[in-house]
Design a protein around this ligand. Sequence first.
Ligand code: ATP
Ligand code: MG
Ligand code: MG
Length: 530
Amino acid sequence: GKGGKGKDSGANFNINLVNAVDGQVVTRFPPEPSGYLHIGHAKAALLNQYFAQAYHGKLIIRFDDTNPSKENVEFQDAILEDLELMGIKGDVVSYTSDYFDVLYNYMIQMIKDGKAYADDTPVEQMREERTEGIASARRERTVEENLKIFQEMCDGTEEGLKNCIRAKLSVTSPNKALRDPVMYRCNLTPHHRTGTKWKVYPTYDFACPIVDSTEGVTHALRTSEYRDRNPQYEWVLKAIGLRKVYIWDFSRINFVKTLLSKRKLQWFVDEKLVTGWDDPRFPTVRGVRRRGMTIEGLRKFILSQGPSKNILNLDWSLIWATNKKEIDPKAPRYVAVLDNNKVKITIEGGPAVPFSEDKPKHKKNAELGTKKIVYSSEIFVDQDDAQTFKDGEEITLMDWGNAILKTIHKDGDIVTGIDAVLNLEGDFRKTEKKVTWLADTPELTPVDLVDFDYLITKDKLAEEDNVRDFVNPNTEFHSAGIADLNVRDLKEGDIIQFERKGYYRLDKPYSESTAAVFFTIPDGKVVMKY
Ligand code: ATP
Ligand code: MG
Ligand code: MG
C-alpha cells in the first residue's frame, strides 16, 4: 500500500497501515454519545480521517450507542456539529444500534456453537473469579439453558435481569481481558433510538468487532490501552466467522491538570464549576475553540504528534504555540490599556481637535484591511512602559511619530502623568522605545480581558483521587481596560491581537451598556499563567 504521508496536512510521520490498498481503506471513528467531544476524541477523529484521506478511502462515523443509561440525542447532535466544525464529515454516519438485530442473531449463533454462556454470578464474585482464574459455576450450562436465559434477558424477566452473557473464551489466560469477557447485559432504560424494543445490549467488546467487520472497516484505530483486548477483538471475529479487520494502535493523549473523561467533565458541569460543556476552561472541542484554538492549530498539533504509542501527558504550551503560528498572520492588531495601568501623556504640538486616519490592521497582511487610528493631544500609555521612561527621552509613538518626554510626574515609583512635545521630524530608527498608545477620546471602548487557569490543581489525577479534593478554587481572572474604537465592530469569535499584550478571542461583543469580553488566548509562552 501507499504510505499515509501528507506534507500539506502537517503530519510529521509516514505510516503504512498493514495491508492497506489505495482506494480501499475504510476507517471509523466510534464516539459514544455520552458527552461532548474532547481533545482526545479530536485526535482519534482526525487520525481516522487522515488515514481515510491518505489512502483515498472512506471514513465512517459510528455512534457507539450501546448503553442507554449514559447516552442521548443532545450529545449525538453535538458530536456531529463538533466534527463538522473540525472539517470532519463521515462518508457514512451509522449507529451500533442499527445492528442490534444483527448482533442479537450472532449471539444466538455463538450460544448455539457453545461459545457463550449466561452467567448470574454476582459482579463482585465474578471479578474475583476472573482475577483468580476460577471458572464460573455457570460455565458448563447447556446450550438449551443458555438460549432460554438469553430469551429471559431479552424479555427483562426477574431471572433474565440477574444474568449477563459471557464469551466462553478462557478462564486462566495470562491476559485477563481474555477471561470470559461480558458480551451482553440487561438494561431497562429506554434507548434514545430504539426505545423499549431491547432490554439487552451488546458490550463494546462484542459489538465493535462485528460492526467493524460488517460495515467494511479495513483498519480499526484503537487507543493503546485497548491493546490487551486486541486478541479478544480478533477472537470474536473468528468465533463468528467474519472478515478480519486490522488493528492499528495509537497513543491516548492526555494533558497536565486536565481531565479527559466525559464522566468527570459531566461532574464539573453538574457541580456548576463551569458554565457548560463549552466552558473556555474545558478541554472539549467547544471549550478550546472558545478559548481561541483554531481548527487548523488543533489539526496541525495532533498530526505533528506522530505515531508514538506511549500514553502522553502533554503540557498545553506546545498546542498553544502551534495555534499561535496559525493566528499570528491573520489576527488584526488593536490597542488596549488596562484601567489600573494607564498613564496620560499630554502632547504639546498635538492636534487641537482629534482627527483620524486609516491604517492597516496588520502591518504584514494588507488583506485584513484598515482600521481607524485617532490622534489627539491627550493619549494613554501603559504604566509598565512609562516606568521605563526618562526625562528628556525621545520615544516613538507607533503609527504616529516621535515625541520628546519633557517631564515625567511621579508619585513614588508610580508615573502619574507625562508632558511631552511632538517631534514628527524625529527619526524612529534612533529611538529605543516604540510605544503603543490610545488617544483619550469618548469613543474608547470598555473591555473586559479574561484569563483562565486550570480547573484542577494536580498534574495527573490518580485513579483513586477524588476530583473534589483537587478543584482549583480560582480559575477566572478579569482585568478592566479600554481599547480603540475599532473593537466595536468585532464579532463574537473574532481573534485579534492587542499590541504587545497578546492574542484574544472576542467572546461577547461590546454593547452600549457592557464592555466587550475578550478571552486571553494562551500563546504557549507563559506556561504558569495557563
Ligand atoms: P471518555 O472517557 O471521555 O468517555 P471514551 O474512550 O470512553 O472516552 P468514546 O466516545 O468511546 O470515549 O471514544 C471515541 C474514540 O475516541 C475512541 O476510539 C477512543 O479510543 C478515542 N479517545 C477517547 N479519549 C481519547 C484520548 N484521550 N486520546 C486519544 N483518543 C481518545
Ligand atoms: Mg468508550
Ligand atoms: Mg471512557
